[in-house]
Ligand binder design. Structure first.
Ligand code: SAH
Length: 383
C-alpha cells in the first residue's frame, strides 16, 4: 500500500483532500492547523477529529518525512541539526541565535534579542558546483519535497520549544532550482505557521528567470544573491552557472525585483584573497549600490579542507581579516549598508552542507571540530 504524505499540502489542497475521502471540507482546515500549528507527530493526537477519521488517516497517510538524528551546539549558541530523510539521505539546518554584536547596529536591541533565524536546506546536494562550496562536492541527489522543507522548521521548533522568527533559504542546495516546493513551503509557513514573508529570505546563485518570477510572486519575500564578483570571468571561475547567467542580465533581474517589491536585495560577497578584494572590486560594488538600493553581506571564506576534494578550492584563500576590515570600511565610507558575517558556529561545522556532506559520504556522524571550515552562520543580518 502506498503511504501518502500530508505534510506539504496547502490549506486548499487539504480541503480538497478532505472532500476526496468523503469528509467535510472544514476537516481540511482542522488538519492544516494540526499539521502546521499544533505540531503533532501522530494522527492519534489530533483530538478534534473523530476517532474513525483518525484511524482512516493513520493507515494510509503520513505526517512526518524527516527525522532529527543529530544536534550540535556551538559555544556561541549556534545549533546545527542533522536530519535523515525517509530514503536515508541526510540534510541539515542551522539555527542562528540573536547576536546584537554582529547585526545592524541601527536595529532595535529588544527586537534583535528575540530574533531566531533558521537556515533551511532545499536540496540534497546541489548541481551547481560552486568551487568554494561544501555542498557542491556531494553532487546533486534530489530536490526536497515541500513537506521535507517544512519539517525542518517544525522539528527544530519542537526541539527548542521557542518561536522561530526568521527563515533563510540558504542551506544545502539552490532554492530556485526547487522553485515550486520552495514557494509552496513559503505559502504554508506564511499562512499557517506565523512567519511573515518579510522575515523570509531566499538566497540564490543568480538564476535570472527565477529571480524575475520571485519578483512577481504575490508574497513579497526577501532575496539574497550570491554575487562574489562583479567581473564575469572571475564569477564564472568561482560559479560555473555564471557562464550562463552573465552579470548584465542578472543585475537587470535584481533591479526588476527591487522595483517590483520595493525590498532591498542583499548581495552576498565572499572575500577571496587577491581574487575579488581589489580596488576595482570596491569601485564596482560602489557603482552597483548606486544603481540598485541594496545591502552587502561580506562573508569571510572558509576553506573547505574538511572535504576530500581539497583541490576544488585549492587556489582560493580567505582575505586576511585586516584587509577585510579595510575593504568593508571603504564600502561604508561610500554609504553602503554593509554587514560582515561573523564566525558563528565554526566549531560545529555550521556550514551549509558541511555536516551532511560528511555524513552522507560516511553514513555516520563524525564530529571533528578541528577540521571545521565552511560558511559561518550569522545570516540573520540579511533578514
Ligand atoms: N545556492 C544558494 C544558497 C546556498 S549557499 C546560493 O548560492 O546563494 C549560501 C551562501 O553561503 C552563499 O552565499 C554561498 O556563496 C555561501 N558559501 C558557500 N560556501 C562557502 C564557504 N566555503 N565559505 C563562505 N561562504 C560560503
Amino acid at each position: 500500500m502506498k503511504i501518502v504524505d500530508l505534510k506539504g499540502l496547502t490549506l486548499k489542497e487539504l480541503e480538497d483532500f478532505a472532500l476526496s475521502i468523503s469528509e467535510k471540507k472544514f476537516r481540511g482546515k482542522q488538519l492544516f492547523d494540526w499539521l502546521y500549528n499544533k505540531e503533532v507527530a501522530s494522527f492519534t493526537e489530533m483530538s478534534s477529529l473523530a476517532k474513525s477519521l483518525r484511524d482512516k488517516l493513520a493507515g494510509i497517510y503520513r505526517i512526518e518525512s524527516i527525522q532529527m538524528v543529530d544536534v550540535q551546539e556551538s559555544a556561541d549558541g549556534t545549533k546545527k541539526f542533522l536530519f535523515e530523510l525517509l530514503d536515508g539521505k541526510r540534510i541539515e539546518s542551522v539555527l542562528i541565535p540573536p547576536r546584537t554584536a554582529f547585526v545592524n547596529p541601527q536595529a532595535r536591541e529588544d527586537e534583535e534579542q528575540k530574533r531566531l533565524t533558521l537556515c533551511l536546506s532545499t536540496q540534497v546536494g546541489c548541481p551547481l558546483d560552486c568551487k568554494f562550496c561544501a555542498t557542491g562536492t556531494m553532487g546533486f541527489l534530489r530536490n526536497l519535497t515541500t513537506g521535507e522543507i517544512i519539517d525542518q522548521v517544525l522539528l527544530v521548533k519542537r526541539y527548542i520549544n521557542k518561536r522561530i522568527t526568521n527563515l533563510v533559504y540558504m542551506g544545502m542546495g539552490e532554492p530556485l532550482l526547487n522553485y515550486d516546493n520552495v514557494m509552496k513551503s513559503i505559502e504554508i509557513i506564511t499562512t499557517g505557521m506565523g512567519i511573515a514573508a518579510r522575515r523570509i529570505t531566499v538566497s540564490t546563485v543568480g538564476l535570472v528567470p527565477q529571480i524575475r518570477r520571485i519578483a512577481n510572486e504575490k508574497r513579497k519575500m526577501k532575496l539574497a544573491i550570491s554575487l562574489h564578483s562583479l567581473d564575469d570571468k572571475i564569477r564564472s571561475a568561482l560559479m560555473p552557472i555564471a557562464k550562463k547567467y552573465k552579470l548584465v542580465g542578472l543585475l537587470d533581474a535584481v533591479d526588476y525585483y527591487f522595483r517590483k517589491t520595493k525590498l532591498r536585495p542583499t548581495f552576498e560577497y565572499i572575500l577571496f584573497d587577491g581574487v575579488n578584494d581589489r580596488d576595482d572590486d570596491i569601485q564596482s560594488l560602489i557603482k552597483l549600490s548606486k544603481r540598485i538600493p541594496c545591502k552587502v553581506n561580506i562573508i569571510p571564506f572558509h576553506n573547505i579542507h574538511f572535504t576530500d576534494s581539497i583541490e576544488r578550492a585549492g587556489e582560493l584563500h580567505p582575505t586576511p581579516s585586516i584587509k577585510m576590515e579595510e575593504f568593508a570600511q571603504r564600502l561604508r565610507e561610500a554609504h553602503i549598508t554593509l554587514f560582515i558575517r561573523s564566525s558563528a558556529g565554526e566549531d560545529i561545522d555550521a556550514a551549509c552542507g558541511q555536516l551532511a556532506v560528511k555524513t552522507n559520504k560516511k553514513h555516520r556522524i563524525s564530529i571533528n571540530p578541528s577540521a571545521s571550515g565552511g560558511i559561518q552562520h550569522s545570516t540573520s543580518e540579511v533578514v
